[in-house]
Structure formats: structure tokens, C-alpha cells
Design a protein around this ligand. Structure first.
Ligand SMILES: *Cc1c(COP(=O)(O)O)cnc(C)c1O
Length: 426
């Protein structure tokens, strides 16, 4: 499969090239040139999660990657369950947080780490430079920690990620460097972009992005949408499936839309954001106004200029009318998020703040005869400061609790590209 630059349809790359390049030239992103349409979804949906995932990815990448190596990458990356939890009739949570860092970003990051081993030139320098609003840093750092010949540099907005989130990536050390930037997540993303624009720097360190802009993270995210539908089929739910995606950089929703384009029977996707409502407002007004992000309870979605929206625009050829037909959307503020957490708790389900946003928008936008699924993108225990004041007890999994006593190895830096470059030279 070939990938094309969203900003220049004449520029294309192999998967291998696209993975190693990260962003495309001119700030564009790589997208599959065409998406295959699968006629055999019914039988695919009867397969086990890992087997199905392997077959699907082989159809995307089998022309370039060895089948056995790809199979090994899939089974290693997706070695945790993705349960669909029934909350009440017609309402489900797809829990994507049973991986090692307790967030859905494990799926993309672990697959990316596997793929990078397959496509990189042995011996060349390799530095994964990534900006995180909380969960990416942890997932990427863990996926690459102690891997020989790879260095990970995580940029994050100082004071804007939760304590346990920070500890997940800033206590590892060894080949993982954590840089606390005096700025917002958008600032961190801009710093990463600026480093990539420095060709000499990029070549010297073998800079590679592990953000959701990398195609190797995007593709495996299609897989759990199929798993949600498969588990609904097992419960005899086949029609009227709507899936609400708590969105920040919009990689998750993009992957869902790509899965739908291959013929997966999802009626519609719901784009849900917190107060960082650039996309819902665009869909309402037709005017796209990226802006500074504001801090919310669902901090991994605090993105004012979502990177992957460009990919979704590309999928719909920039046709606002088609986008409005294909999607439903909405956004929720922090009070509404807390109300949603309480409502779900009343139904016996403890939700993290991100999933709660998706649930709240789903409740607004789904029809009575439809079956709603919202994505549970992180474990609630990653957000203890949200639940304490609400008087809601949260059990912290042992893997997280153990991090509390580890010393932070982060270094604070100003919001300046030269400061990042200086750290890279160490
Ligand atoms: C990253 C993240 C999101 C947003 O996903 P995008 O693909 O960036 O839209 C939502 N919830 C959690 C917990 C996340 O870590």
C-alpha cells in the first residue's frame, strides 16, 4: 500500500518510508492512497481479536513486511484484552486501557515500537521525539524503554499532566529523557515540529515522531473498532451501532473512520471533545479556528489545534457537507464531565474523565433504537485528583501505585526550540 501526503497528492511513500519520516514534507501527514473495501467483514468479525487484527494489517502492509514478522508484531503489541462492558441495555464501554500504561495509546505505541524494529536501518541513530498531553509519553516511553540503540525524548506541558501520568514516563530514566516544557501541549507539539523542520538535526539524531501523526500508530487503532463490533455481534446487536470517541488530536476518530471506510458496519461516529471544541465548532459553523488549548479535567484531550483533523479532512476531501452527514458531534465542559462520571457511577460504572465526555455527548446524540458505545481510553486511577474532590473512591492498580515512590527524573526547560535542541545534543 502506498501512502500520500495530505498536502501534496503527488508525493507518495511506502509504509517503511512514511514510518521513518514521521510527518510528510510541508507539514502534511501520510494517509493510505486508497482504502481497501473488505467484502468478508462477517467472517472477519468471527475471528479472535489477535487473529483478525493480523489478517487486517496484513492486507494493509503485507506487500512490504514479512508476514511472520508482522504477525509477531501484532501479537506482541496487542497482548491485552479489549473488553466491551455492558452498562445498560443499548449502552456499552469499550475498555482500551488494559495495556501496560493503562491507556489506549498502548495499542499504537506498542505496535509502532515493533514496526520500527522491522523498518529501521540497524546501526543508524534513532531518537523518538514525542510531545505528550499525558498518555502518549507513558505509552511510548514504556514501549521503547531499554531497547538498545533507541533514545526516547518526551516533551510535556509542565504541571498539566497528572502526577501518576508524569511518573509513568519521567521515572524510567536510561534511554528515556523527560523534558517538562514551560508551556501548553500545543507548544510542545510546535517544538517537536520545529525540530523536525531542522533537516541537519533530524539526520544527526535520526529523529522520528511517535505522535499520533505517525502512520504506524494510526493503523492498529482501526483494529479495536472491529473488536467492538465483533463483541456486539456476539450479543446479537448488528444494526444501529454508534461509537462515541473522546477526541483530542483526532487520531482515534480518524482510525475509526478508516475502519468504517473498509466496510465495517458502524452507523456513525460521534466526535466528542471537552472545552477544547475547535472541531465541534467547525462542524457547527463551517469555520475552522484552531486556538490555544485550555486545561480541563480530561487533560489528554486538551488540544486546541488537533493534528489529525487534517487526515479526516483528507478522507472526506475537505467536503464539509459530507463530514456533517457522516458524523455527529458535541463537547462538554468540566461540570458536565463530572455529572457524567456521577451518572455512570449511578449505573455501577466508574469512568475516567475522557470516557465520561464521550458518554455525555453520546447520550445527547444517540437515538432510542440505537446501540451506543463509548471508548474507555484510560483507567480512572490515572486521574485521582478528579475523583478526590468528588468523594469517589478509586482503587489504584498495583502497577501505578508502585510509581509513587520513584523519583522524578524530568528536566524543566523553557518553551524554546533551542532549549530542546540543546538537550538533544547530550
Ligand atoms: C490521547 C487520548 C485521547 C484523545 O485521543 P486522540 O486520538 O488524540 O483524539 C482521549 N483519551 C485519552 C485518555 C487519551 O490518552
Amino acid at each position: 500500500m502506498r501512502f500520500i501526503n495530505t498536502r501534496n497528492p503527488n508525493e507518495s511513500a511506502t509504509f517503511r518510508e512514511a514510518v521513518l519520516l514521521g510527518p510528510a514534507t510541508g507539514g502534511g501527514l501520510w494517509m493510505p492512497e486508497t482504502l481497501p473495501h473488505f467484502e468478508d467483514w462477517d467472517s472477519l468479525l468471527q475471528l479472535r481479536w489477535v487473529d483478525r487484527s493480523e489478517i487486517i494489517l496484513r492486507r494493509f502492509l503485507g506487500d512490504e513486511l514479512d508476514g511472520d514478522a508482522l504477525a509477531a508484531a501484532v501479537s506482541e503489541a496487542l497482548n491485552f484484552p479489549v473488553p466491551l462492558v455492558k452498562i445498560r441495555r443499548g449502552l456499552y464501554a469499550l475498555e482500551l486501557f488494559h495495556g501496560p500504561t493503562l491507556a489506549f495509546k498502548d495499542v499504537g505505541a506498542r505496535f509502532f515500537a515493533q514496526i520500527l524494529e522491522l523498518v529501521r536501518k540497524p546501526g543508524d541513530p534513532l531518537t523518538i521525539l514525542t510531545a505528550t498531553s499525558g498518555d502518549t509519553g507513558a505509552a511510548v516511553a514504556h514501549a521503547f524503554w531499554q531497547r538498545p540503540g533507541v533514545r526516547v525524548v518526551v516533551l510535556y506541558p509542565k504541571g498539566r499532566v497528572s502526577d501518576l501520568q508524569e511518573r509513568q514516563f519521567a521515572t524510567l530514566g536510561e534511554n528515556v529523557m523527560a523534558l517538562a516544557v514551560e508551556g501548553s501541549f500545543d507548544d510542545c507539539q510546535a517544538l517537536v515540529k520545529a525540530c523536525f523542520n531542522d533537516a541537519a538535526l533530524k539526520a544527526r539524531h535520526g529523529l522520528t515522531s511517535a505522535n499520533s501523526i505517525n502512520v504506524a500508530r494510526l493503523l492498529p487503532q482501526m483494529l479495536y473498532f472491529a473488536e467492538a463490533v465483533a463483541q456486539l455481534h456476539q450479543q446479537d446487536v448488528r444494526d444501529g451501532i454508534v461509537i462515541a470517541v473522546p477526541s483530542g488530536n483526532f487520531g482515534n476518530l480518524c482510525a475509526g473512520l478508516m475502519a468504517q471506510a473498509t466496510g465495517l458496519t458502524v452507523r456513525t461516529f460521534i466526535a466528542a471533545t471537552n472545552a477544547n471544541s475547535t472541531v465541534p465548532e467547525y462542524l457547527d459553523s463551517g469555520e475552522y479556528r484552531p486556538r490555544e488549548s485550555v486545561a480541563t479535567l480530561s487533560n489528554a484531550m486538551d488540544v486546541g489545534a488537533p493534528n489529525n483533523w487534517e487526515r479526516i479532512q483528507h478522507l472526506f476531501r475537505g467536503d464539509l457537507y459530507a463530514l456533517r452527514q457522516a458524523l455527529r458531534w458535541g463537547f462538554k465542559n468540566d461540570d458536565e464531565t463530572k455529572r457524567a462520571i456521577r451518572e455512570l457511577r449511578g449505573m455501577g460504572y466508574l469512568s475516567d474523565p475522557h470516557a465520561a465526555v464521550a458518554y455525555a455527548v453520546l447520550e445527547d446524540r444517540m437515538g432510542l433504537s440505537e446501540t451506543g458505545v463509548f471508548l474507555g481510553t484510560a483507567h480512572p486511577a490515572k486521574f485521582l485528583p478528579v475523583y478526590g474532590p468528588m468523594g469517589i473512591p478509586v482503587t489504584v492498580p498495583e502497577s501505578l501505585a508502585a510509581l509513587r515512590d520513584r523519583p522524578l527524573l524530568a528536566k524543566a526547560i523553557p518553551n524554546q526550540v533551542d532549549a530542546v535542541k540543546a538537550e538533544l545534543e547530550h
